[in-house]
Design a protein. Structure first.
Length: 101
């Protein structure tokens, strides 16, 4: 994707900068999450999450790699998505990315 250069118009330049970041794979719809210990759900909070979105997870430690997680239909609402998982006393950390549903 080719993004045009800056124009000198502050509002338009903000749009150009945002498009440039997206073209280079940058997004505000990702982050890290640690599953809640001794619970069967963890809530991911991110203003970029909208109703019907999907979340993709990448384990960041051995405990996370062994974890089975699922997201029920309807689990994504404005600003949050609920992950369902086994209750455990261990720390399980993931990288997440949210994509539009």
């Amino acid at each position: 994707m080719r993004v045009p250069g800056r124009t000198g118009d502050p509002e338009l330049d903000e749009i150009v900068d945002s498009l440039d970041l997206l073209a280079r794979g940058r997004t505000n719809a990702c982050g890290t999450i640690t599953l809640t210990t001794s619970s069967t759900t963890t809530t991911v909070l991110n203003n970029a999450i909208k109703v019907g979105d999907r979340v993709f997870l990448q384990p960041l430690d051995a405990n996370a790699a062994a974890e089975a997680i699922y997201v029920e239909d309807g689990a994504a609402t404005e600003g949050q998505i609920i992950l369902t998982h086994a209750s455990s006393g261990t720390t399980r950390k993931f990288l997440y990315k949210v994509c539009g549903g």
